[in-house]
Design a protein around this ligand. Sequence first.
Ligand code: CP
Ligand code: NVA
Length: 308
Amino acid sequence: MHTKQDLLSLGNLTATELTDLLTLATALKQEWKVGGNAPVLKGKVLGMVFTKPSLRTRVSFEMGMHHLGGHALYIAPDEIQMGKRESIPDVARVLSRYVDGIMARVFAHADVVTLAQYSRVPVINGLSDYTHPCQGLADLLTIIEHKGTVKGVTIAYLGDANNVANSLALGGTLLGAHVRIGSPYGYSLRENVAHLAGQFAAASGGSLTQVVDPHEAVHGADVIYTDTWTSMGQESQAVQRALVFPPYQVNSNLVRLAQPDAVIMHCLPAHRGQEITDEVADSPHSVLWDQAENRMHAQKAVLVKLLT
Ligand code: CP
Ligand code: NVA
C-alpha cells in the first residue's frame, strides 16, 4: 500500500508530475470520446464536500466518477457545516472511514489542509480562497489543445490575482509559460505565489511578469484569461471592486492587442458585461466551453492517480 497523496495546490507538484497528469488526462479524454472509459474506479466512492455553490466542479467530478465506474456523493453546505456543527479534524476522521477520496470546496485554504491532515484518504482541493488546482489543470489541458504546448506560450491574466490566477501562474510557470498578470494596485499576486512562480519560471525557461497596465499585459499574448472581480466570500467588497476593475475588462479593444490567433479563457461563471463582454465570450477566439469540459477530463486523471 502506498502512502496517501492529496492535491491541494499545483505548487506542490513537480513539472514531471504535472506533465504526467496532463498526459493521462489527454488519454482519458480520448478513451472516453471513442467509446467510454475503463471502469478503473469500480466500487470507489468520492465524498464531495461543498461549503460554496458550484456547477462545474460538482457536475464534472460526479460525471468523472460515473465514467470511471465509481460513485460520487454530494454533500451540501448545510449538511456537514464543517467547523460549526463538527470540527474539521472530526469531519475528516469520520468521512474518511466511509469514502475512498474526499473533494472539498472551502473558504479558508487552511480548512482543506486540515482535512487532508486528518483524513485517511486522499483529499482534492475543489477551490479554496488560495488555489483552484483542478481549474489550473483544465486550463493547461485547454492551452495544450489549442496551442500545442504550454512551454513558451504567453498567458495574460487580467483582473483580480485570485485563487484561479494563483493556480494558473504556478502551473503555467512550472511548464515554461510566460505568465503575465495585469492587475490594479493592491490586487496583484500574493508574495509567496509570485516567489514560487518565479522559481518555477527560472527552472523551466518561462517567466512571471506583473504589470498594472492592462494593455501592456495583453500585448502580443497567445492566451487572455480573466475571472470574476469578486470571488465567493468577498461579496462585502463588491462595490469597491466594481470601481477598480473596469479598465481590466476583456473586451474587443483589448483582444485586438493580443496575437491574431489568441484564445480567450475564463474559469466561469462569467459576469458578462463586467470582466468579459458578450462579444468576446461568444467570439471565435473563445475556448470557454472546451475549458469547462476539460475540468472533467483533467479531474479524471487526478482521480485515477490518487484513488487507484
Ligand atoms: N470554475 C468553477 O469552479 O466553476 P464552479 O464554481 O461552477 O464549480
Ligand atoms: N475566483 C472565483 C472562482 C469561481 C470558480 C471564486 O473563488 O469565486
